[in-house]
Design a protein around this ligand. Structure first.
Ligand code: ZN
Length: 198
């Protein structure tokens, strides 16, 4: 039975589907939205629709962008012969914030995780191998140091090795299980500079 209006119940249900939002948070957010001026709610929903409609994956590196090719891939100032492989666009942003990395990226949009039924074909690995047919000097594997991140790094390195392209792994200055996006810039730079051959 609906304790509130069914409109509110529906809203709570939808909000509760968002990641990290439990039943209580969903309720709190729903009441917050109900109390906002209608113009503000309309602006908010339009922002969501616009973002969803306009944002897509870069054709080259598969980061999120609103263009066919993202500004990093399109930049002539970047070193296109060095490709850093990261799990998500958030990790890419973490490295971009250091302002020190001059190469380009490849965003896997996931990691291999047999537990969750995610295999090599479910992440952007094939697309990476296609890129390697071009002129590439080094692939820096910067997946997280979680179990899945490490396993994915090993898998990628085995795939690339036969091509003769240099494969490196960022140093373990990144704490085990630590998500790249939460690590400070100094630690990220140290991890990058201390990378080792695979
Ligand atoms: Zn790109």
């Amino acid at each position: 039975m609906d304790y509130y209006s069914e409109y509110i119940s529906k809203l709570i249900e939808e909000l509760g589907r968002l990641p990290g939002i439990g039943a209580k948070s969903a309720q709190r957010l729903a009441f917050h939205l109900i109390n906002l001026p209608i113009e503000q709610v309309e602006k908010f929903t339009q922002t969501i629709v616009d973002a969803r409609k306009n944002v897509r994956y870069c054709k080259t590196c598969f980061t999120l962008t609103d263009r066919d090719v993202c500004p990093i891939c399109a930049s002539a100032k970047r070193n296109h012969k060095t490709i850093m492989v990261v799990e998500t666009s958030r990790d890419l942003v973490a490295y971009e914030k250091t302002g020190q990395y001059q190469g380009v990226y490849h965003v896997l949009n996931g990691v291999i995780s047999p537990m969750q039924g995610i295999g090599p074909n479910d992440i952007r690995l094939r697309e990476l191998l296609i890129r390697l047919e071009g002129e590439v000097d080094e692939v820096i594997i910067a997946t997280n140091s979680s179990l899945e991140g490490e396993a994915t790094a090993m898998y990628i390195s085995k795939l690339i090795k036969p091509t003769g392209i240099r494969v490196t792994r960022i140093a373990s200055g990144v704490p085990v299980g630590g998500d790249l996006e939460y690590i400070d810039e100094v630690t990220l730079l140290r991890a990058l500079e201390g990378r080792t051959e695979l």
